[in-house]
Write a protein that binds this ligand. Structure first.
Ligand code: ITT
Length: 225
């Protein structure tokens, strides 16, 4: 039988704090992680990170460290957004702050692309896993490429899903089932790499160095860039 420590550490049936205030993200990552032995939980009350990083990677580290600080547990964060080629990558890391409501953000983006022929865009998701002291264990990035539709369609998903048509499709993500979104999304691409890493990693005291801010050893050769 697993002890509480087993369940909340890294091993089979582990529970990891998912550092977000966006409940939809937690639902998505738990759907993607089904069958992996990992379950994600919202952080405790009081999770309010100051997202003042300049990249998706920096902001995901800030969120993961804040969740670890208030929970005292291993935490994973996702910072994500939509980068539009014709807008020089905007809204990018400011996707959640582009305007005051999800509908206004969609309207603003479509307005900014009126009569713009180049509709190329990509969703980006950077994930950072930190230990209970906030030290980086691993970073992974996932992308989903596509284009911005001329009008919004569909009710599934969240955020900019109603105006994003992934490559190889002629429907928006908001017209897809959750299962379909999870086969191609930026979040699923980053998370699958993270799960593969976590499941292949046995926490080895020998491979942990207290003197630097990262883990060392063979399993950690590709750690946080
Ligand atoms: P947390 O910071 O608490 O995680 P958030 O929603 O503010 O929640 P981000 O700072 O990572 O998350 O901002 C991501 C924004 O990018 C999100 O609010 C959406 O507007 C957009 N976005 C990210 N992933 C998306 C997805 O899968 N589908 C549609 N829009 C997405």
């Amino acid at each position: 039988m697993n002890t509480q420590e087993d369940k909340e550490g890294l091993g089979s049936n582990m529970k990891i704090v998912f550092a977000t205030g966006n409940a939809h993200k937690v639902q998505e990552v738990n759907d993607i992680a089904k069958g992996s032995g990992i379950e994600f939980e919202l952080p405790p009350d009081g999770f309010n990170p100051l997202e003042n990083g300049l990249t998706f990677e920096e902001n995901s580290l800030i969120k993961a460290q804040e969740a670890a600080r208030i929970s005292g547990r291993i935490s994973l964060a996702d910072d994500s957004g939509l980068c539009v080629e014709a807008l020089n990558g905007e809204p990018g890391i400011y996707s959640a702050r582009y305007d005051t409501t999800p509908q206004k953000r969609i309207d603003k983006l479509l307005n900014n692309l009126t009569e713009v022929a180049n509709r190329r865009a990509k969703f980006v998701c950077a994930m950072t896993l930190v230990d209970k002291d906030g030290k980086t264990i691993r970073q992974e990035v996932g992308e989903c490429h596509g284009k911005i539709a001329h009008t919004q369609t569909g009710n599934n998903g969240f955020g900019y899903d109603p105006i994003f048509i992934p490559d190889g499709y002629d429907i928006t993500i908001a017209q897809m089932s959750e299962e379909e979104k999870n086969t191609i999304s930026h979040r699923s691409r980053a998370l699958r790499k993270m799960i593969e890493f976590v499941n292949s990693w046995s926490l080895d005291a020998q491979s942990y160095s207290d003197t630097d801010n990262n883990y060392s050893g063979d399993n950690f050769s590709k750690i946080c860039h």
